[in-house]
Design a protein. Structure first.
Length: 125
């Protein structure tokens, strides 16, 4: 999967954190799933216990981010993680959101909706 550095990485990362972010990017190059694929899992988690289902992922992007719950998940990377941001159409409306990749890895085993960013534009009848 293609992962980009956070756009404000110069303000957010020390040189040590930058090396960790680069290590995460290198590790994710081996991932055959795309940001869009991972976003599908995240949208399904956002729809858990809601009326609606996924229609289409319109946009998805992966970038580095720090996550205190993701300690050394990619090797010696401390709290470095990947943030998957997305826009999707659902039968409920449109959703703009994001989730950490290490949370998405837990799909089906652990609920992580409370750790996601979710913003709805719902259909009205």
């Amino acid at each position: 999967m293609k992962v980009k550095l956070d756009k404000d990485y110069r303000k957010l990362y020390t040189l040590e954190k930058l090396d960790m972010a680069k290590a995460v990017i290198a590790a994710e190059k081996e991932d055959e799933m795309s940001a869009k694929d991972w976003a599908e899992y995240a949208v399904r988690e956002a729809l858990r216990n809601e009326d609606g289902s996924l229609v289409e992922i319109l946009k998805a992007e992966a970038r580095t981010a720090m996550n205190c719950r993701a300690w050394n998940k990619y090797g010696e990377t401390e709290d470095m993680d990947v943030w998957i941001s997305f826009v999707a159409e659902t039968t409920k409306g449109f959703i703009k959101g994001g989730a950490y990749l290490t949370d998405i890895w837990e799909s089906g085993g652990t609920e992580y909706k409370q750790h996601m960013y979710i913003r709805w534009a719902e259909w009205t009848d």
